[in-house]
Design a protein around this ligand. Structure first.
Ligand SMILES: O=C1O[C@H](COP(=O)(O)O)[C@@H](O)[C@H](O)[C@H]1O
Length: 453
């Protein structure tokens, strides 16, 4: 059982907006191990006092937990300054004789090459764990290198490669819907499914993140990691056991079955686009290239769509589209499973019969199944079966911190899983960098460019 959490990057945006508010939720839910202490660390001259003030203001802005939970969390915090590129600093933060420590690296990926060897030198062992945020590498080669570094230098601690979508209860629903409901299992197959669309569309714009986003773009920010994982949950075979070993293995197998897109496929089945000035609700939004910190020469996309082919007996011939974009008219995120039409003699008798579509909300808690029933005079009447539940009590980050503290890696990325995702995306990155696919434009507050083949 983890007894201490050390947070490197404690002065950063992730800690402020997501991680510390998530820990406050866990305090309020009584879900933290008794006696857990939290050490924040960053390259600043802060003291424990200034760190607590910083966290108190972050909680006021981003946490809905009670004032009592906030106070309780503040009392758990101490601060140790460190430059993570210096092994001596890292060792000093970890201290001697540490045990059962979760080291959370909320750091830019470039720093991992220094900090991982420093953690190894400080003697992290089997009772400890290391959490690494996305992006895991910047391409297949660098992801392999990182995995190798972890294998050689940190073989003992549990490594949690974080993807907060896997810790979202709404995203996980696709798994329970499939495997706990007999009615869906047999239909989850190319024989019945015509195509699958997974989309994550946001009305958010850059939110001051140009220094990161302008070098990532929608493809690396959302598709290579989050949407690849959602897709793996949709496509995977049923695990023999619902444990980390089987469940992760099935996700990796699902990704392995996705064909590496060749250049012709990339040209025919991918879309890249960038927003121009527009209005979202009553908010005037500048063109992406005019956002502070953006380098127009990078030609970064703010919308990306890929249609992938899956070479498995279950999914052969079923196109799967994953797409995400920013500055769109409204936020919406869902998995849509489009079923094949019923035989023609039936549609001839009941004109207007629409094929079934199952939709699962990924940010709104709905499940819809469009069906057709008969109306008067042999007419077809569309009817929607739907359920809408209350929003999940814990945020994805609260779930993932809880799972790490419990030592359960089931919903964290396996090393080869990150590599598979890069294997699929790398050829797209290369083709887009060579301008083999035109960079389209869409108006902020408008709709993204049309579908891909
Ligand atoms: O990781 C990221 O995810 C968010 C979307 O997830 P949410 O849970 O914050 O809604 C996305 O806006 C961001 O660009 C990306 O870096």
């Amino acid at each position: 059982m983890i007894r201490r959490m050390v947070l490197f990057g404690a002065s950063g945006d992730l800690a402020r907006r997501l991680l510390l508010p998530a820990v406050a939720q866990l305090v309020a839910a009584g879900a933290l191990p008794p006696g857990l202490s939290i050490v924040g660390s960053a390259d600043t001259d802060w003291t424990t006092e200034t760190f607590r003030e910083h966290v108190a203001s972050a909680l006021r802005a981003h946490s809905t937990a009670s004032a009592e939970a906030h106070d309780q969390l503040l009392q758990m915090l101490t601060f140790r300054p460190a430059d993570v590129t210096r092994a001596a600093d890292v060792a000093a933060v970890l201290g001697e004789g540490h045990a059962a420590t979760l080291v959370y690296l909320a750091l830019p990926p470039a720093l991992l090459h220094d900090v991982l060897p420093a953690l190894a030198a400080a003697g992290l062992g089997a009772a400890d764990a290391v959490a690494i945020e996305k992006p895991f590498g910047t391409d297949l080669a660098s992801a392999r290198e990182l995995n190798e570094l972890l294998r050689l230098r940190l073989p003992a601690p549990t490594v949690f490669r974080v993807d907060h979508f896997l810790s979202s209860e709404l995203v996980r629903r696709v798994v329970t819907l499939r495997f706990l409901n007999r009615v869906f299992s047999p239909a989850w197959h190319a024989e019945h499914v015509e195509r699958i669309d997974i989309s994550w569309l946001e009305d958010l714009t850059l939110e001051g993140r140009a220094s990161y986003y302008d070098r990532a773009g929608a493809l690396k920010d959302m598709l290579q990691n989050h949407l690849m994982e959602v897709m793996a949950l949709v496509l995977m075979e049923q695990p023999a056991r619902m444990d980390a070993h089987s469940f992760r293995a099935m996700r990796v197998e699902a990704l392995r079955a996705v064909a590496t897109p060749d250049p012709a496929r990339v040209r025919a089945s991918t879309v890249r686009a960038r927003y121009t000035a527009g209005t979202i609700g009553s908010r005037a939004v500048p063109s992406y290239v005019d956002e502070p910190g953006v380098d127009p020469a990078l030609r970064t996309e703010t919308y990306a769509a890929l249609t992938l082919e899956v070479d498995s007996p279950r999914w052969s011939g079923v196109p799967v589209t994953i797409r995400s974009g920013k500055a769109l008219a409204a936020s919406s995120a869902e998995i849509a499973v489009h079923f094949r039409p019923v035989p023609r003699y039936l549609t001839e008798q009941w004109p207007g019969v629409e094929p079934n579509v199952l939709r699962l909300g990924l940010t709104e808690p709905y499940v819809h199944l469009s069906t057709t029933l008969n109306g008067p005079d042999r007419t077809a009447e569309p009817r929607r079966l739907e359920t809408v539940s209350s929003p999940p009590p814990l945020s994805p980050y609260a779930n993932l911190v809880r799972e790490m503290l419990q030592g359960d890696p089931m919903l964290f990325i396996r090393g080869d899983e990150a590599e598979e995702a890069w294997r699929i995306v790398d050829p797209v990155v290369r083709a887009w960098s060579a301008q083999a696919v035109p960079l389209q434009e869409y108006r902020a507050g408008g709709t993204p460019p049309g579908p891909v083949a």
